[in-house]
Ligand binder design. Structure first.
Ligand code: SF4
Ligand code: FES
Length: 248
């Protein structure tokens, strides 16, 4: 099929950006969105033009590196799918596809579709880990965990840190990402000793990075490729208040 791409081109963080119109011809419906961009880049390079910069690594929906806003939707039109796992059969011959970077004040553009998502790393650095000694790996079932808690922790741990939730949110809030990490750790026994300090530090870092607040648009949940749920934000808010109240 033949497509018309309107791709955001921005040479650097400080340079002005603009949309470049690129014709993509003979696109196979079997290839992924990133493979389509690879072929487009081959064409640009063959003509002596600068290829489109975009992030990627695993191309298996695991690493969280890839991401762009495709026709207004973070990671494109298919639910629960990263950009690298989106296939061109989801588009039609003759379509015009608008491709933009994730836009948020806390995600400055590096180049074209590449944004700096280091703010998410700094939220993790503020407390998204377990620093207490947990000893050697225990035997299975030696540390009892309620089934519901284990499932909540595992579902939250599915977050790959892609930042689509931020890009989809009208407030550019990082609440879904941050709450997923807080839920993952506070629902497991190993996460309890630092539970209060963690939630306060991570929420404060989230605010310091310039992310907006959650006002319950649910766009984050709709855009999340790993189907992380907004219930985690409710839990984060409860954890934050009980930590400020000094409750154990
Ligand atoms: S919560 Fe979902 S959308 Fe947000 S960073 Fe994690 S995987 Fe990506
Ligand atoms: S490249 Fe790793 S999730 Fe897309």
């Amino acid at each position: 099929m033949s497509l018309t791409l309107k791709v955001w081109r921005q040479p650097s963080a400080d340079a002005p950006g603009t949309f470049q119109t690129i014709a993509a011809k003979d696109v196979s419906t079997d290839i992924s969105f990133l493979e389509m961009l690879d072929i487009v880049n081959d064409g640009l390079e063959a003509r002596g033009e600068e290829p489109v910069a975009f992030d990627h690594d695993c191309r298996e929906g695991i690493c969280g590196s890839c991401g762009a806003v495709v026709n207004g939707q973070a990671h494109g039109p298919q639910a629960a799918t990263t950009l690298c796992q989106l296939h061109m059969r989801k588009f039609n011959d003759g379509d015009t596809i608008i491709i933009e970077p994730f836009r948020a004040r806390a995600f400055p553009v590096v180049k074209d579709l590449v944004v700096d998502r280091g703010a998410l790393d700094r939220i993790i650095q503020a407390g998204g880990y377990i620093s207490v000694r947990t000893g050697a790996a225990p035997d299975a079932h030696a540390v009892p965990v309620k089934k519901d808690d284990a499932e909540r922790a595992m579902d939250a741990a599915a977050c790959i840190g892609c930042g689509a939730c931020v890009a989809a949110c009208p407030n550019a809030s990082a609440s879904l990402f941050t709450s997923a990490k807080i839920t993952q750790l506070c629902k497991l026994p190993q996460g309890h000793p630092e539970r209060n300090r963690r939630v306060v530090a991570m929420v404060r870092q989230m605010d310091a990075e310039g992310f907006g607040s959650c006002s319950k648009h649910y766009e984050c949940q709709a855009a999340c490729p790993k189907e992380v749920k907004v219930e985690n934000i409710t839990l984060m808010n409860r954890e934050y208040l009980r930590a400020l109240a000094g409750l154990d």
